[in-house]
Each structure stands twice: as structure tokens, then as C-alpha cells.
Design a protein. Sequence first.
Length: 392
Amino acid sequence: MAQTFESIKQYPGVEDGMVAKALDGACRVVKSNLPEFTDKFQSSNSFDNFYEPTENVEWTTGFWTGVIWLAYEHTGDEAFKEAALVQVDSFLKRIEEKIDVNHHDMGFLYSLSCVAAYKLTGSETAKKAALLAADHLAERYREVGKFLQAWGNPGEPKEYRLIIDCLLNLPILYWATEVTGDQSYAEKAENHIKTAMKCVVRPDNSTYHTHFIDMVTGEPTHGVTHQGNRNNSAWARGQSWGVYGIALSYRYLKKPEYIDLFCRVTDYFIEHLPEDLVPYWDFDFDTGSDEPRDSSASAITICGILEMAKYLDKEKADKYLEAADKMLRALIDHCANTDSKVSNGLLLHGTYARDSKENTCTNRGVDECNTWGDYFYMEALIRLSKDWELYW
């Protein structure tokens, strides 16, 4: 049975002291991870709830560095700062040598590692790395269609498409304009979200994961899934990228139409939650299903609500903040880990990828921690503990 904003009121909210306790517990786990994960990074997902060490590859390593920076902000412990700066050096090497960067995920990688480092410490190494990453992302901009191509070589016909995840990569372009004065970065970001909003939000307010663009006319052609259950289903994490991504674009652009889009996409997410408020990996599934959850989708959505609430009228803001409060309580109750003997991750019950008849995935990180779930869970807690300056 679908949720409503009235029915969600029945779930308890976060109690006094709960956020501080959760943050303290998370920071203890992060601190215990530093010996293994300073010169190495955490794997994208855990295995039996434990991350393994990896080189600085894939699209996910920035989330771990972002977690370290959040722990530093909460505790002031210099050990976190020192570890994160070691990783900043790795990110500079990665972008200079173009190691596993033939994709659009420069924001996920560099906003949370290097933009964060520059904002918190003034590191020139971090600034250099982040600007190189912004340049690299800008090179993926396709003038025909006015979008940032997600995957494959730029202009490759079979990959001439955007994906909803890229909304979280746009802030590094806005940041690059702020620090350089070069408007072309922000113009590409603004053009991308205009194109994306023309095609990824369906009439029922669910979202496509990916959408192809005609290489001749520049018009959107058709949407398909890559990680959802069906081409026309709502992949939970994709919907959450829409929630937070629209909120971030509103932060920079202040376009009134993005308030309406945010409300529509967020309403869909909330109204399709199961009874315990922890979403399944796709909204095809509801209370009673034996399909796996994706706790990370909820954490991302909570962050998006906490950001957008700053710009909404009080009545709307209160409605969404109450929902976010209940959703965070559900994560604390059902998914949070504060015991390094149970897991070296922070948020249990995530799903990286789940196979289905219509997607191209094999099972990966099913009912495990994933690094972005850890990051967004901790970001939500930080947002509620202080007046936080975004890394985005």
C-alpha cells in the first residue's frame, strides 16, 4: 500500500540526542578504518558487510574521502584531515594521468574529495585537481543536444545519452565558474539540466535512469534503464538522484520551475516507500517483497530535502522536513552501523546493482554497504548537527 504524507506521520521521528550519537558512532568506525584506507580506498561496495582495499579507480572513491572530511568537521581530529589530504594527492595523480576517467562522474569523485579539501583547508593541490576534473567533465559536453554524455568516448553513437545521476556532477562546474570567473562551466551545467528535465521526468513523476539523444537533431529520443527493474519502472536510486540533483541545481540557478519539479519527483519517492520507510531497490516492489532494499536511495533523498527546504515556503518545507525526519529515523533504526566488528561501513542494506530481465546488470553489492550510502547518510547527519557548507 502506498504511503501518503499523512500515513508517514505514524512513523517516529528522530529523538533528541539521536543525531549526535549516530555521528559519534559513525566517526568511531571511520577512525578505525584509517590504517587500512588511507593509502588505499574502500571498494565500491562491501563483501559480507566489509569493504576491501582498492586503488583509486571506479566512480566511487570520492565518497570515502568525503566521509573522512565529514568526520574531520564533526570531530576536529587532525588524523582525519591528514588522511584526506593523502587521498587528495592520489586524486591529482588520477586526473593528471587520466586513470579510469572516461565517464561523467567527476563531481562524485572530485567535489567530495578535492573541492571539500579546498574549502576546508585552502589546499592548492586540491584546487588544481578539482579544476582539472571540471575541465575533463566539460569536454564531455555535446553541443548537439546540449548535455554531458555519461559514458563511452565523447560522441560515440551507441552512448549518445545522459543519465539522471549526472545531476550530482553539475556542482563542480558551478564551482569552477565561481573560482575562475569562466562562465562556460556554469553554462554547460545549466544547459545539461534543461535537457535532462525535458526527458527524464515522466508524466507520473517517476524518472528514467538514462535517456538517449538524437545525434542529428539534438532531441531526446527514448529512455531506458541501466540499473532499474524495467525500462519504465522507477529505479529507487535514480529517483533519489533526481531529488537531490534538482535541489542542487535550484541552489545555483534559482529557477522557479525547479521547485515544482523537485516537489513532483520527491512526492513520488515518498509516496512509494514501504511501511518501514526503507525503499526497495526499485519502486516496482513494496511492503512484503523479498527483493533487497537500497538504503542509499533514502539517504540521498534526505539530503536533497534538507537542501531544498531552505528555499521553500514554510508550509512546504515543514511537510518535506517531517518526511525526511521519519526517513532518517528509519535508517538509524534499521540500517545504521556503529560497531566496527559488525561492519567497517556506516549504512547497511544497500544495493549497488540487481539484475533483471530488462537491465544490463549482474548482481553486485546486494544487501551490502556502499560508499555513497555511507557518505549521504553521514552528510544528512552533519546537516542536522551544524550550519554546514556544502562540498557540492
